[in-house]
Write a protein that binds this ligand. Structure first.
Ligand code: LLP
Length: 419
């Protein structure tokens, strides 16, 4: 007999894929497909890996809600002690409903509207991470008008190449993000005159799915240098915000360990004696989720390959179509013998709707279930209603039990917005 599966995450028992000990096939029968399934145990494990790696160095982990802001996920992380990074007023709202206090929320984002800024100032969030001189002036004006001082961090653009996919590299001068270093120095010089603002940190975030520590380390070093410079000028900072960005291994290739990543950040920042804020999203959520889909049809593609048409595609998981991203895909039950060559595609009316290119998998048949791995981050949050497809359901598995934490959208939900 096969050994019992380890308790956390996605494991096979005999030929069946389980989530925290619960057969994924049972969840698919009960909740339907396509459905996102999250492992509470893995979410906890991944959060703790980040938190514990600081090994006593003062810090705050601000989970990046943009990766996955389903209320149940946000709540679970808050209960573990996480703080939050929100990228819109709507994510701030979700954070509040998940129980985060405004003092636990940093507000990031390159284009915050006046209404969003006003909401953040009025709430008194931990910091508004400003991205330009114009935004700083807007926050100042709002803070003066409503008579509530605002806490700000300035996002630096350190001109560092994160060497990730160009769509998700943000640290180069040519990217729209942050304030270039020279301009930042000018901006800091104006801060003493702005009595409604207090500068609490400098912020860097150079990209996402970064698979080498070097750019992250260099960005941290720059943030530390500037922080010391500012302190020398009599601007007392409270912490250094180093953003998120550490990649995960989608294809079993080597990626830096979370512990090494955090150790590298601490090594760069220790000389400032300032606490560190990090904003990880993907490393916490990606491995903790799968997208479960069913095979609708199988048809020939070439002499040696077949299309497996799934009931999930770019509308449920956009990453492969948008970035050419790789997600491992495996049948939930591996009873079938003999591998075949597949192009796994969705039901959407365009050829970019591919979820897995060029895969060797055990033979698939109509009705089979497949699990698309590492879909816990930037999966559900990027889903769309293209082709009027409903947003998928989401399930959280916790302690051997599963429950629907977001029901599948209906066409009535969609049409309720229309007149
Ligand atoms: N902080 C800021 C300011 C960010 O812009 C981001 C991600 C994070 C933190 C979290 O980064 P993480 O630790 O998750 O890498 N949709 C893309 C990812 C976009 C990331 C955007 N910003 C994808 O599916 O790969």
């Amino acid at each position: 007999m096969a050994p019992p599966p380890a308790s956390a995450g996605f494991f096979r028992l005999d030929r069946e894929l389980l989530c925290d000990g619960v057969p994924l096939a049972d969840i698919a029968s009960g909740a339907g497909t396509p459905v996102y399934v999250y492992s509470a145990a893995l979410l906890r494990e991944r959060y703790r890996a980040v938190d514990d790696a600081f090994a006593g160095y003062p810090h705050a982990v601000h989970y990046a809600l943009k990766a996955n802001s389903t209320l149940a996920v946000a709540r679970l992380l808050r209960e573990l002690g996480s703080s939050a990074d929100a990228n819109s007023v709507w994510e701030i709202d979700v954070a509040r409903r998940a129980g985060f206090d405004p003092s636990q929320i940093v507000f990031t984002g390159v284009g915050k509207t006046a209404a969003e800024l006003e909401c953040a100032v009025a709430l008194g969030v931990k910091a508004i991470n400003v991205e330009s001189a114009g935004e700083l002036a807007r926050v100042d004006a709002i803070a003066q008008r409503i008579g509530r001082p605002a806490r700000v961090a300035v996002r630096l653009n350190p001109d560092i190449d994160a060497k990730s996919h160009p769509h998700i590299s943000t640290g180069l001068k040519i990217n729209k993000f942050g304030v270039p270093l020279d301009d930042a120095r000018e901006l800091f010089a104006t801060l003493k005159g702005r009595r409604a603002l207090s500068l609490v940190a400098v912020h860097v975030h150079v990209g996402s799915q970064i698979t080498s520590l070097d750019p992250l380390r260099r960005a941290a070093a720059i943030a530390a240098d500037i922080s010391l410079e500012l302190r020398g000028q009599g601007l007392p900072l409270e912490y250094v915000d180093l953003g998120g960005g550490l990649g995960v291994s989608y294809d079993r290739g080597e990626v830096p360990a979370v512990a090494d990543y955090i150790a590298a950040l601490v090594a760069e920042v220790r000389r400032t004696r300032l606490p560190i804020v990090v904003e990880p999203g993907r490393v916490i959520a990606a491995p903790a989720g799968v997208l479960l889909a069913r095979v609708i049809d199988v048809k020939p593609r070439s002499a040696s390959s077949e299309f497996a048409i799934l009931d999930a595609g770019m509308t449920e998981l956009l990453r492969p179509a948008l970035y050419g991203a790789f997600h491992a895909i495996e049948p939930v039950s591996t009873a079938a013998a003999g591998d075949r060559h597949y192009e796994l595609v969705g039901p959407v009316c365009e050829s970019s709707d591919v979820v897995g290119r060029d895969r060797m998998l055990p033979r698939l048949a109509e009705g089979d279930l497949v699990a698309i791995r590492d879909a816990g981050a930037y999966g559900s949050v990027m889903a769309s209603n293209y082709n009027r497809r409903p947003l998928p359901a989401e399930v959280l598995v916790d302690n051997g039990e599963w429950r629907i934490v977001r029901r599948r959208q209906t066409i009535d939900d969609q049409l309720s917005l229309e007149t």
